[in-house]
Design a protein around this ligand. Structure first.
Ligand SMILES: O=C(O)c1cc(=O)[nH]c(=O)n1[C@@H]1O[C@H](COP(=O)(O)O)[C@@H](O)[C@H]1O
Length: 307
C-alpha cells in the first residue's frame, strides 16, 4: 500500500493529508438544518450532516491531495449512525481515488487484535461467506502491548495489501510522560521507533519504504530529525501542523532529501478553514468546501517551500 500512497504523493506534488474530523460546531448551519429537516436533531441527523460535509470537502480536494484521514472517534460517539457515516465517508473517498487512513488507534491482545484487523483491513467470515467491512487502506495503531498485538495486522497488510501507522512520538503536550522516559539510557520513543522499523522489514515496497509507517508529531521537531535518521525505511504520518501550532519548519526534518518519507495531516486547519478570519473575507459559510480547497493549496505551498 505504501507504493500507492507514494504514487499519489508524486502525482499531486503534495504530502498533505486532509483530516476528516467533523464536529457539529463547525458543520455549517445550512447543512445541519437540511439534515435535521430529514432526520430531526437525532444521532442520524448529526451523522448525515457529517457525511454531507465530508462529501462536499472530498469533492473539492480529491485532485489536490493523496489521502484523507477520518478520525473514528468523531463518528463513533454518535453510535451506529455515526459509524455508518464513517464507512460511507471511506467509500466515497476511495471512489474519488483517495488513499484512506483510518485513524482508529487500536491496541489489544492478539486474539482481540485479530478481530480489529479483520474488520478494518482484512475480511470477516460469516459461515463461509467472506465480507470486507471498513476497507481503510491504512489504520493507526498503538504499540503499547508489544509485537504479538501487532502481528495480526502485519498478516493482513501482507495478505490484503494494506498499511499501518504506529504511534512512536505523538504530538500532544504530555507525550513525553511515557514516550521520553529513558530506558537503558535511550528514550522509549526511539526504542519503539526501532521496533516499528524492524516490524516493517517484510513489507517493503518498490520505493524502498515499508507499508508499516510511524506517527511522529510535528510539534517535536528535534525528535522528528532523530527518528528520521533511525528509521530510514519508515514513512511518517505527521500530525500537529496548523491547529496544534506546528509550522512547516518544525516538521521539515521528518522528510528525506528526495521530499519523500512523510505525510502531514491537518484536520481543523483545513475542514474548518471557513470559520477562520483569514478565509472569512473570501468565503461565506456556503463556500466552506472551497475554503478547505484554498487551505489545502496554502498548506501544499507552505510544505513544498521547506522540502
Ligand atoms: O494518529 C494521529 O493521527 C494523531 C497522532 C498524534 O500524535 N496527534 C494527533 O493529533 N493525531 C490526530 O491528528 C488529528 C489532528 O487534528 P488537528 O489538530 O485538527 O489538525 C486528530 O485526528 C488527532 O487524533
Amino acid at each position: 500500500m505504501i507504493d500507492e500512497l507514494i504514487g499519489k504523493i508524486k502525482e499531486t506534488g503534495n504530502p498533505t493529508v486532509v483530516g476528516l474530523d467533523p464536529r457539529l460546531d463547525y458543520i455549517p448551519a445550512f447543512l445541519r438544518e437540511a439534515s435535521y429537516d430529514r432526520f430531526g436533531k437525532t444521532l442520524e441527523g448529526a451523522a448525515q450532516s457529517f457525511l454531507d460535509f465530508n462529501k462536499a470537502i472530498i469533492d473539492e480536494i480529491h485532485d489536490l491531495v493523496p489521502a484523507v484521514k477520518p478520525q473514528v472517534a468523531m463518528y463513533e460517539q454518535y453510535g451506529a449512525e455515526g459509524i455508518r457515516a464513517y464507512i460511507d465517508t471511506i467509500r466515497y473517498a476511495k471512489s474519488k481515488g483517495l488513499v484512506v487512513i483510518g485513524d482508529i488507534k487500536r491496541s489489544d491482545i492478539a486474539s482481540t487484535a485479530e478481530a480489529y484487523s479483520d474488520g478494518h483491513i482484512g475480511q470477516v467470515d460469516v459461515d463461509g461467506q467472506a465480507h470486507t467491512v471498513y476497507r481503510e487502506d491504512f489504520i493507526t495503531l498503538n504499540p503499547y502491548l508489544g509485537v504479538d498485538s501487532i502481528e495480526p495486522y502485519l498478516g493482513n497488510c501482507d495478505r490484503f495489501g494494506k498499511g499501518l501507522f504506529i504511534l512512536v512520538k505523538t504530538s500532544n503536550p504530555n507525550s513525553g510522560e511515557f514516550q521520553d522516559l529513558l530506558v537503558d539510557g535511550r528514550p522509549l520513543y526511539e526504542i519503539v521507533g526501532a521496533k516499528v522499523e524492524a516490524w516493517g522489514e517484510k513489507l517493503l515496497g518498490a520505493n524502498g519504504y515499508s507499508s508499516v509507517g510511524a506517527v511522529v508529531g510535528a510539534t517535536h521537531s528535534q525528535q522528528g530529525i532523530e527518528l528520521r535518521k533511525l528509521m530510514p525505511r519508515t514513512y511518517f504520518l505527521v500530525p500537529g501542523y496548523g491547529a496544534q501550532g506546528a509550522t512547516a519548519e518544525d516538521l521539515a526534518g521528518c522528510f528525506n532529501k528526495d521530499g519523500l518519507g512523510a505525510i502531514v495531516n491537518s484536520s481543523r486547519g483545513i475542514i474548518a478553514a471557513y470559520t477562520k478570519k483569514e478565509y472569512k473575507a473570501d468565503f461565506s459559510e456556503k463556500d466552506f468546501a472551497k475554503a478547505a480547497r484554498q487551505a489545502v493549496i496554502h498548506m501544499r505551498d507552505d510544505l513544498n517551500r521547506v522540502l
